[in-house]
Design a protein around this ligand. Structure first.
Ligand SMILES: Cc1cc2nc3c(=O)[nH]c(=O)nc-3n(C[C@H](O)[C@H](O)[C@H](O)COP(=O)(O)OP(=O)(O)OC[C@H]3O[C@@H](n4cnc5c(N)ncnc54)[C@H](O)[C@@H]3O)c2cc1C
Ligand code: FES
Length: 269
């Protein structure tokens, strides 16, 4: 894995996603290549446009959506002041990027692998399906609240089978949970792997199912972060007694540099 480094990149373009009232909320940001030798899907970057100026001193964390030999793509939803400012980026604007940070998801080419994505949790799976050497062993279940065209789904659909379910009513959520349970049961019977990314309540459901079914599962956490490199203790979560480092068991670890991806039985949500 590459050592994290700081690079001043140039915005190549900012492509809006979504329509019918979602305009201005979802964007793919393409940046010049940061020069990393390697990265893993599930790793993230701390990103700070120069235009944040003195007003917004902290960088913001974003999953690596995808990287090619020529550029890095992040995909974001406008949530607050920083992402609103990012939505104003123009080609040629400079962006400071620290990365690649964190650990990333397991890739086991011959293992049946189920990706569970909730909303923006789909982002790291774009890179995952593009770098997986045997994508025919990978499938995805995607639960979302906004219209499908708000998300970077097309490039995933090209490579693997995706089932998606939009949550409009509480009944839809029940169907989604039922669908997850069925899929995870199948994966458990095949000795497979489940990888999940999404909001905290969604991860809690996946964690509970994985413990009940005994299926190997990794969860990607999105705790709030300030430094991204283990220095500020702003992002800690508690680990369980299954954590591999004996002295840390039951204690707090920084999600930014011990995660953001954790085995489901090793982390408390
Ligand atoms: C490892 C990691 C990967 C992430 N990947 C992505 C991604 O690929 N795409 C994307 O759109 N977002 C991602 N996020 C979330 C993203 O970092 C926040 O949405 C962003 O920092 C908000 O910045 P802001 O200045 O616009 O919002 P702020 O003004 O700081 O906050 C606005 C609102 O957003 C909430 N918020 C801020 N940070 C987070 C967070 N980490 N988790 C949940 N709620 C938060 C605040 O509670 C507040 O309600 C990721 C977070 C982490 C930790
Ligand atoms: S964000 Fe500072 S320690 Fe994790």
């Amino acid at each position: 894995m590459s050592e994290p480094q700081s690079s001043l990149l140039t915005a190549l373009d900012l492509v809006p996603f979504g329509q019918n009232g979602q305009e201005g909320r979802f964007f793919a940001l393409r940046l010049t290549h940061p020069g990393w030798a390697r990265w893993r899907p599930g790793q993230f970057v701390m990103l700070r446009p120069v235009s944040f100026g003195l007003e917004l001193p902290w960088a913001r964390p974003f999953g690596i959506c995808h990287m090619t030999s020529r550029y890095l793509i992040c995909f974001f939803q406008v949530a607050g002041r920083g992402t609103r400012r990012m939505a104003e980026l123009r080609p040629g604007d400079k962006v400071r990027v620290w990365g690649p940070l964190g650990n990333g998801f397991a890739i086991e080419p011959d293992t049946p692998t189920l990706l569970l994505a909730g909303g923006m949790g789909i982002v790291p799976f774009v890179g995952y399906v593009h770098t997986h050497p045997k994508p025919w062993n990978v499938s995805m279940l995607f639960g979302h609240r906004e219209p499908l065209n708000c998300y970077p789904l097309d490039s995933i659909n090209e490579r693997i089978t995706v089932d998606s379910l939009r949550e409009n009513t509480p009944g839809d959520l029940d169907n989604f949970i039922f669908g997850m349970q069925e899929r995870m049961q199948d994966v458990a019977e095949q000795g497979g792997l489940v990888l999940a990314c999404g909001p905290q309540p969604f991860l809690r459901m996946v964690q509970q199912l994985s413990l009940d079914l005994g299926v190997r599962t990794q969860l990607s956490l999105e705790n709030r972060m300030a430094c991204g490199v283990g220095a500020c203790l702003g992002c800690v979560s508690r680990v369980t007694d299954k954590w591999p480092v004996q002295e840390k068991r039951g204690g707090l670890v920084q999600v930014c540099n011990h995660g953001p991806v954790f085995w489901a039985d090793q982390i408390e949500l």
